[in-house]
Design a protein. Structure first.
Length: 682
């Protein structure tokens, strides 16, 4: 006699379970219930259809009921909601649009009800201008509001993955967008300094951020809706997207005897079986084990849901497959940037009291001499015994493969030494001979071996100035363009000759731009008998950590005579500007350029040195067009123009991470400051 298996819910978990079941058992009677008209759709693609990156709506439909029946002989019943389960009689109660209410028996039952958007009980929240995004009908309603009603403004509430993706996509199609987040940062899987880079990208593209604010009510006003916040703000827009999180859609299970966790998630074994025999559960509604720390958690991601659907089907068929937990590997596109994370972040490790070390590196995505190289930032977290606990990365290119490398090592309980030994594919267009993953691991090994003691930007707040000395080992130009307050400048190449300026009774805290020269300085000082610590990630991480979303951010950029002196003496090797056509295009404007400079692949202060050399070769009134890949160049070149009295005509960040600037050479004796007119990012 064939086995009868019912599946409640489709999409990732349910549809994967159904297909796997059929491949394992040709004779099983498989029935799938889905309360919506669509059984399997690309829910992760919904924001990108709204934002016109995906043009064809039909491409969102991964599988149709008809195709599912033809290919897998599955009885698919759409617009049929399971509203109750009776484990004693092994039946479910179904409310169907076509058949009304009826009962269906089962031998095995797989639950994949998913999670639903949280809708707090706030005044005015039932307005039809307040939307959530879960399925195709939700998508159609938002698309209709944006396209047919020509919405011009939107307020997105919630800075999680869906909220950020919706803010990006609505902005991409021309809406004025405000994002309100109740906490101090967006994108909780990332630590503050990493999420700040992504927040800055949102702001650079015109998304207004309001942080640490909660919404108290909604009020309709003509064709708009007003959002009222806890700070007393009143914001008006044509449409509101509510994306403050999700909750497991398990209310129909409360009277069944199935064990639920404290937040309503279904408790399952490693075989994904619930507390009641022959009933399994998968997807966003289940409580899982955190693979890294072993605690109970909930991770609503499509990847784990698909794997769980397959494993539940295995166990219905008696294969005994285990689900070993989720590590939360995730990725997001924020305009030109990519952010990705895997494993535990610092907030989680601190909450659990887990001892850990941290290291941050900023390598190029591929060989710097090959065109198109852009920096990425990698943060690696690891135990004192070297076991990798987690990682985060942000950049314009190559972020995904680096986090996937580290995620794989975490899955095999690997160490930073394993990361150093990874033999990864290399050619100049794709990586460097020492891949960024290797580089992050090398710095971690230096920490574990005691070759370097590091500090992080947060440690500066508690630094005892009576017992420590903060030393900037970068160049005078870099120091002038921005430095940590209270730091003494001793460039690393001068360090051996200036040891008399250091107090041997104090611990020396050194920093450079990205950490490498700081490491060199720390090794010199250690050999000379000093106790020393190096700022991991360097001044760049300090800037990342001190970025405050939602506020006007200005860098600490003192200008002094020492910097002017260094610029005047910059590298003797001349860099001749190359002739370019008389007209170049930047954004919507056409600017005349007399010379072109490609400073891509160089890190600070390299681009500024080359800009100085190129400007020296121009006549007063001529214009230099510069392209650079170092993200810091955007602020650095503005500060340099002000300091050197040249006129900044335009500076812009491009979608691919490149930075373009147009500078006009001025008479250095002419009074007045350089004017900076940053261009809108295209």
């Amino acid at each position: 006699m064939s086995k009868k298996v019912l599946i409640v819910g489709g999409v990732a978990g349910g549809a994967s379970a159904a297909a796997r079941l059929r491949r394992l058992d040709e004779e099983a009677h498989i029935v799938m219930f889905e309360r919506d008209p669509y059984i399997s759709f690309a829910n992760c693609g919904l924001p990108y259809y709204i934002g016109d990156s995906i043009k064809d709506r039909s491409k969102l439909l991964v599988q149709t009921p008809e195709a599912m029946h033809r290919r897998f002989n599955i009885d698919v019943r759409t617009e049929s909601e399971v509203i109750g389960i009776d484990p004693a009689t092994k039946t479910v109660l179904v409310r169907s649009k076509e058949r009304g209410e009826y009962r269906e028996s089962y031998d095995s039952l797989i639950l994949s009800p998913g999670a639903k958007p949280i809708r707090p009980n706030l005044p005015g929240i039932d307005s039809d201008r307040v939307h959530t995004l879960r399925n195709i009908p939700d998508t159609d309603r938002i698309k209709r509001r944006v396209v047919e009603e020509q919405a011009a403004s939107a307020i997105v509430i919630g800075g999680g993955f869906i909220g950020v993706e919706m803010a990006e996509n609505l902005r991409e199609i021309g809406l004025e967008v405000t994002l309100i987040e109740g906490g101090p940062q967006i994108l909780a899987p990332f630590d503050t300094e990493m999420s700040g880079v992504l927040a800055k990208e949102l702001e650079d593209h015109g998304v207004r951020l309001l942080m640490s604010q909660t919404v108290t009510s909604f009020t309709e006003q003509g064709n708009q809706i007003k959002v009222h916040t806890s700070d007393g703000l009143e914001l008006a827009a044509d449409i509101v997207i509510l994306a403050i999180g999700v909750t497991p859609d398990t209310a129909f299970l409360k009277e069944t005897g199935i064990e639920l966790g404290p937040r309503g998630h279904i408790v399952v074994s490693d075989k994904l079986e619930t507390s009641i025999p022959d009933i399994y559960a998968v997807g966003d509604a289940v409580e899982v084990v955190d693979f890294v720390n072993g605690s109970k958690t909930a991770i609503p991601l499509a990847g784990p849901a698909n794997k769980q659907g397959r494993i539940a089907a295995d166990n219905v068929c008696g294969l005994g497959t285990s689900y070993k937990g989720s590590q939360g590997t995730s990725i997001i596109k924020v305009f030109g940037l990519t952010g990705a994370a895997t494993g535990n972040n610092e907030k989680t490790l601190q909450r659990l009291g887990t001892p850990y070390h941290v290291t941050v590196v900023h390598p190029n995505s591929h060989a710097s001499y090959y065109p198109g190289a852009t920096p990425l930032s990698i943060k690696l977290l690891f135990k004192p015994d070297g076991t990798v606990l987690g990682a985060q990365a942000v950049g314009y290119d190559g972020v995904d493969k680096r986090i996937d490398d580290i995620a794989t090592v975490i899955r095999f309980r690997g160490s930073v030494t394993d990361l150093t030994e990874l033999e990864l594919s290399y050619a100049p267009p794709y990586s460097s001979a020492k891949d960024p993953v290797n580089m992050a691991a090398y710095t971690a090994e230096n920490v574990l071996s005691g070759r370097v003691d590091v500090f992080v930007p947060q440690d500066l707040a508690t630094r005892d100035e009576q017992k420590t000395l903060l030393v900037d080992v970068r160049s005078e130009m870099e120091h002038a363009n921005g430095h940590i307050p209270g730091s003494l400048l001793i460039p690393v190449d001068e360090l051996r000759d200036r040891l008399n300026e250091l107090d041997r009774d104090k611990e020396i805290w050194v920093y450079c731009q990205v950490g490498l020269r700081g490491y060199t300085a720390s090794r010199i000082l250690q050999h000379k008998g000093y106790k020393v610590r190096n700022l991991t990630g360097g001044y760049k991480l300090y800037q990342m950590a001190n970025y405050q979303p939602g506020r006007t951010n200005s860098s600490d950029r003192p200008v002094d005579q020492a910097a002017k002196t260094e610029i005047a003496a910059a590298s003797a090797a001349p860099v001749a500007p190359q002739a370019v056509p008389p007209t170049v295009t930047s954004g919507d404007s056409k600017l005349h350029a007399d010379a072109e400079l490609d400073a891509c692949g160089l890190c600070c202060p390299g681009p500024l040195i080359q800009v100085k050399q190129a400007m020296d070769r121009l006549e007063v009134g001529q214009i230099l067009h510069v392209t650079a890949s170092d993200p810091g160049f955007y602020e650095d070149v503005q500060a340099w123009a002000t300091m050197s009295k040249h006129r900044m005509i335009e500076v812009a960040k491009k979608a691919n991470g490149m930075i373009e600037a147009y500078l006009c050479k001025e008479d250095p004796h002419k009074p007045g400051d350089a004017l900076v007119q940053p261009a809108a990012t295209p």
